[in-house]
Design a protein around this ligand. Structure first.
Ligand SMILES: CC(C)(COP(=O)(O)OP(=O)(O)OC[C@H]1O[C@@H](n2cnc3c(N)ncnc32)[C@H](O)[C@@H]1OP(=O)(O)O)[C@@H](O)C(=O)NCCC(=O)NCCSC(=O)C[C@H](O)C(=O)O
Ligand SMILES: [Mg+2]
Length: 293
């Protein structure tokens, strides 16, 4: 049985205080939308933005896109009311910023339960502080309700007193720690945002790097970057065809009593067949999501 992963190739932040962005989200081909109440919203608009997001979710129209709301932290004056209000909506997940330990996750889960959040509403964690990186394993293991890690590379670079560079060496250890923790505990993980909106080549390159590192997709700040994220993180037609031929060759070998087979000069073992099945199931999930839009 192959565990089908929810597509998160493109995950677009939309400021909760921007009515036009919330409207536009209904027609964009992003796999997931983050309705942001945190950093994209100024303090004087926090309460209004919460109400706007609740109303947008009540109105609906976002199809099968994954709906994520990033609340303010519980150490702010808005966090508690954000969690109470969003728990009563149809959002798929609450995204908690600046997660650094298990206690923050358990507090959130407790508040969601007390506020009547459905069991299906998951928790996502922004991984964006040095302590969060060091505690990535503890955080990933803290609750079965966690569905995904979201890298916050802007806050991370700031806290590390590092620099944003094209090859991202300053954050590579942090990305690796979070990837290890996410994969070890079977949760999703999406890469951080690219702040440079005027360099398409750099954006494409950073998506390819994110894919190679093992991310499921990329968080985005502008709709124009959705298609590159979708094509980079989505399985190509050729990759799916190849996966089908791997599964077929391996099944045939098994019938012949063999545990391995050579296909196009490469050795195929059980692990390759498993990965090929995962890719086929993932491709089916992507097609189903695209057809529903
Ligand atoms: C960056 C922007 C401020 C640019 O906005 P704007 O000048 O309006 O862009 P355009 O004129 O090019 O927009 C064209 C149309 O697209 C719509 N639009 C733009 N951005 C979005 C969006 N994010 N979601 C939905 N729709 C969007 C515009 O309304 C235009 O529509 P139309 O009227 O039909 O022409 C803006 O893109 C923006 O605000 N982006 C999001 C910024 C944000 O959310 N930042 C916070 C999250 S990132 C973060 O916090 C990372 C993490 O925590 C970390 O630490 O790393
Ligand atoms: Mg941040």
């Amino acid at each position: 049985m192959v565990a089908v992963q929810r597509p998160r190739r493109s995950v677009l932040y939309m400021p909760g205080s921007k009515a036009r962005a919330l409207e536009k989200g209904r027609s964009l081909m992003a796999d997931a939308l983050i309705f942001d109440l945190e950093d994209a919203v100024t303090d004087d608009k926090k309460v209004e933005a919460r109400q706007m997001v609740v109303e947008a979710l009540q109105k609906g129209g976002y199809g099968k896109r994954e709906i994520i709301v990033r609340v303010n932290g519980l150490d702010t004056e808005w966090g508690l009311e954000d969690i109470k209000a969003i728990s009563r909506t149809t959002a798929d997940a609450i995204l908690l910023p600046k997660v650094e330990n298990e206690r923050q996750v358990l507090n959130l889960v407790d508040l969601m339960n007390k506020s009547g959040a459905p069991e299906s509403m998951s928790v996502m964690c922004m991984m964006e502080t040095p302590l969060g990186m060091l505690n990535a394993k503890e955080i990933a293991a803290s609750s079965e309700r966690i569905s995904c890690f979201v890298m916050g590379t802007s806050d991370l670079v700031k806290d590390l007193q590092a620099r944003h560079t094209r090859e991202r060496l300053p954050v590579i250890t942090s990305l690796g720690l979070c990837l290890l923790a996410a994969r070890a505990y079977g949760i999703g993980i999406v890469d951080g945002v690219c702040l440079d909106l005027n360099n398409d080549d750099a954006f494409a390159e950073i998506c390819v790097q994110g894919l190679a590192l093992g991310f499921d997709g990329k968080t985005l700040i502008h709709p124009k970057t959705i298609s590159v994220a979708n094509s980079t993180f989505g399985p190509s037609k050729e990759a799916v065809e190849k996966a089908r031929s791997i599964v077929a060759a391996f099944e045939e070998a098994k019938k012949q009593g063999q545990g391995v087979v050579v296909l196009d000069g490469r050795l195929i073992e059980n692990l390759h067949a498993d990965e090929a099945r995962r890719l086929i199931a993932y491709s089916d999930a992507v097609i189903a999501l695209e057809q529903s839009a």
